[in-house]
Design a protein around this ligand. Structure first.
Ligand SMILES: *Cc1c(COP(=O)(O)O)cnc(C)c1O
Length: 354
């Protein structure tokens, strides 16, 4: 038997997450991972490297709780939001028995994490306007332990209606966990569901420092939930998941200066987003620009593959969504620096002029 054949059957069958980095490309304009264009300038302050870190660094937990408007007991910190997603699946789904449910087109990690854990997925596609199909979700809840929804949704950019999220929470009470992925909530903070935690013991919210905090390289994310749910996740997380330098730098990102910088960044991104939309709108090869509440826009072109490949060859790396459910000819474009956004417009304009 080869080593591959020795691996679990579901791992043999698994297509790993096509992360922006894994897809490669030789670009100088990276607009495919919803990162921020430049790095915050942070320096290590805690230089105690010989000791294991605190399992859940208290100062970091308190900083994030204060920022999110919840109590420290409502916060779990993990290796990126992605680890939070996996912990929820591992803690709540019985392998070969329970399932997760998610609503494509959406973030790819729900499916990949479930598959890695030997958990089946059920999918209930979003409606034509990228909202939840509540009637279909309700019909499909049998055996479902965790429902993943994403708002603002990646890659479409829109918010899910608050009334629908509340209806989903009502219909799943005492049956399943509802995970609301708020990776992009800093770009539309009023939409958070964090203020619903008091009403719903089965609500979990995924957060991250990778997007508006400009710290994707840090690998730091959070799960917000009620203490009973947080305690379940504490049982399955690794003993020392957060390296000392990570909590040190994350605390700085969440102090008053760090938060002010984040708010400025988010505001700047929204201005650039408006500029990019206004420049793209009149171009004849642009069929539709979907409205976005996040730091990226989804654009439908006449020939998406041609646009994607042409820009790729010029070192402008975007995220092709052509294969995502219902998104043929669509490309997701991260809002970059002013100069990066100009490069995109010039390149798309050149194709339009041909
Ligand atoms: C980026 C992202 C995450 C989390 O990313 P991490 O870098 O692991 O914190 C989670 N959900 C969505 C929808 C994302 O786009």
């Amino acid at each position: 038997m080869t080593i591959s054949q020795l691996s679990r059957k579901n791992i043999q069958a698994l297509t790993p997450y096509q992360s922006a980095r894994r897809l490669g490309g030789k670009g100088d304009v990276w607009l495919n991972a919803n990162e921020y264009a430049t790095s915050p300038d942070l320096n290590l302050q805690n230089r105690t490297f010989n000791r294991y870190p605190e399992a859940q660094p208290q100062k970091l937990i308190e900083h994030y709780a204060a920022y999110a408007g919840v109590k420290a007991e409502n916060v779990l910190v993990s290796r990126g939001g992605d680890e939070g997603i996996e912990l929820l699946i591992r803690a709540f789904c019985e392998p070969e028995q329970d399932t997760i449910l998610y609503c494509p087109p959406t973030y790819g990690m729900y499916a990949v994490s479930a598959e890695t854990c030997g958990i089946q997925s059920k999918t209930v596609p979003l409606t034509a306007d990228f909202q939840l199909n509540l009637a279909e979700i309700e019909k499909n809840l049998e055996g479902v332990k965790v429902v993943f929804v994403c708002s603002p949704n990646n890659p479409t950019g829109n918010l899910l209606k608050r009334a629908d999220l509340v209806a989903l929470l009502e219909m799943t009470r005492d049956r399943a966990i509802v995970v609301v992925d708020e990776a992009y909530i800093e770009f539309c903070p009023q939409a958070t569901m964090a203020n619903e935690l008091a009403n719903y013991p089965h609500l979990a919210i995924i957060r991250t420092l990778s997007k508006a905090f400009a710290l994707a390289g840090l690998r730091c994310g959070f799960t917000l939930a009620n203490p009973e749910l947080i305690n379940v996740l504490q049982k399955v997380i690794a003993p020392y998941p957060i390296p000392v330098p990570v909590s040190d730098l994350a605390c700085q990102a969440l102090d008053s200066n760090g938060l002010a910088a984040m708010h400025n960044r988010a505001e700047e991104v929204l201005q650039y987003r408006t500029w990019l939309i206004n420049e793209l709108q009149p171009l004849p090869i642009v069929e539709q620009i979907f409205s976005s509440e996040a730091n990226y826009i989804l654009v439908k072109f006449q020939n998406g593959t041609n646009v994607f490949n042409t820009l790729w060859d010029q070192g402008i790396i975007l995220r092709d969504q052509n294969k995502a459910l219902g998104l043929s000819n669509c490309i997701r474009i991260t809002i970059g620096s002013e100069q990066e956004n100009r490069r995109v417009i010039e390149a798309v304009r050149a194709i339009s002029a041909k």
